[in-house]
Design a protein. Structure first.
Ligand code: SF4
Length: 370
């Protein structure tokens, strides 16, 4: 069942609407898949547990399996970060609160995780994230901006602070990040968000593929614009020689297209792999076991152990991270070195999972028609 385009402008889709205004109409044609991934289901459950504690209820609803130590630690950390706001007798606390913006012509209802409304005119919103993936800073995060603006339109006041709590973020400086929007910024946000929604709802909204917007788009498998990106990329690998002669902004656009095309090709390959895993035949290919490769067993545990070692050795621990995960073994060795003691540390952090069943080439196959 398709959804109205107006309703498609929910907070977590606003960045996509900003980058690809036409995505609202296209996505509206695809039914919403409410099957949650295990990670998303865990996140929903931990949100509920956190709000339970703030509301003076037992952390864990009886019907759930017992929480693990890590889950309890993460929930408690979030609660501790909010405790001083909850303890302030002047604050009114709201949890899992749906804002109604119909009077502002917004049909979706932004849902705040936790908020505190202070009679001084300050509102503080906490956005809880229980994943590892990098989350944009609230100053630049469209979801947070929508929450800030929606809360201000609903409750009034002079400023809104939005704080993202992400206890599993790989870098400690991302565990808690906040930004306070002043009245002028909130007024500007209101205009900006209305502009994005209006453009997304207009019949001639442009469709603009790009990595960020296509990644979570419901239409990404079928979207003709995403598919056609590949056709608009120059087909010669000597492109390096032409880069200097391009307008700088065209270099940016070209790179965005290449990244978007890479994503599309990856999905395409996944679809063919799925066909073969379901028994479909592709000559020259068969099902086999992928190479067994050792890898870090647990990114979080690895980063903690390697950072500790780096500090002990007087090295910069931040160099051991790429944006969301630890460096590979070879690069880690360049920083922390090898040797027997280090090898034993590396081995304790690594595992060699069984090879996956996947499509592999048949050696010696020749496509006679080519
Ligand atoms: S797949 Fe990408 S280009 Fe197509 S509608 Fe979605 S965001 Fe826009």
């Amino acid at each position: 069942m398709s959804t109205s385009v107006e309703k498609m402008n929910y907070s977590s889709a606003l960045e996509r609407r900003f980058l690809c205004p036409g995505s609202a109409a296209i996505e509206a044609k695809y039914p919403y898949d409410d099957t949650q991934s295990p990670a998303a289901a865990e996140g929903t459950m931990l949100h509920e547990c956190t709000c339970n504690v703030l509301n003076g209820l037992p952390m864990q609803p009886e019907e759930l399996d017992p929480l693990t130590e890590d889950q309890i630690r993460d929930v408690q950390w979030c609660v501790d970060e909010m405790q001083e706001y909850a303890d302030d007798p002047e604050n009114t606390m709201i949890t899992e609160y749906k804002l109604d913006l119909t009077e502002q012509d917004r049909l979706n209802k932004p849902r705040l995780d936790v908020g505190f409304i202070n009679p001084s005119g300050k509102i503080t919103i906490f956005e809880l994230k229980f994943g590892f993936m990098y989350v944009k800073h609230p100053r630049w995060n469209w979801q947070c901006k929508d929450y800030a603006c929606g809360a201000w339109l609903t409750f009034g006041g002079s400023e809104v602070e939005v704080v993202v709590l992400q206890p599993r973020a790989l870098s400690e400086d991302q565990w808690r990040r906040g930004y306070t929007f002043c009245t002028e910024e909130l007024q500007a946000l209101d205009v900006e968000i209305r502009g994005v929604v209006e453009k997304a709802c207009s019949p001639d909204a442009p469709i603009v593929p790009g990595n960020d917007q296509c990644y979570y788009c419901r239409a990404k498998e079928e979207c003709p614009a995403r598919k056609s990106v590949i056709e608009t990329i120059p087909r010669h690998l000597t492109v390096k020689d032409s880069l200097e002669s391009m307008e700088p902004i065209d270099r940016y656009r070209l790179l965005e297209k290449v990244i978007s095309a890479q994503g599309w090709l990856k999905d395409y390959k996944k679809a063919i792999d799925g066909y073969m895993l379901d028994g479909g035949e592709v000559p020259g290919w068969t099902l086999g076991e992928s190479k067994k490769k050792s890898k870090w067993r647990d990114d979080f545990e690895t980063i903690a152990a390697l950072r500790e070692k780096a500090i002990e050795k007087g090295k910069d621990p931040d160099k051991l991270l790429q944006p969301q995960k630890p460096l590979g073994l070879t690069d880690t060795k360049k920083i922390l070195g090898g040797g027997v003691a280090m090898k034993s540390l590396y081995n304790s952090l690594r595992e060699t999972p069984a090879g996956e069943v996947m499509p592999v080439r048949v050696k010696g196959f020749i496509d006679a028609g080519n």
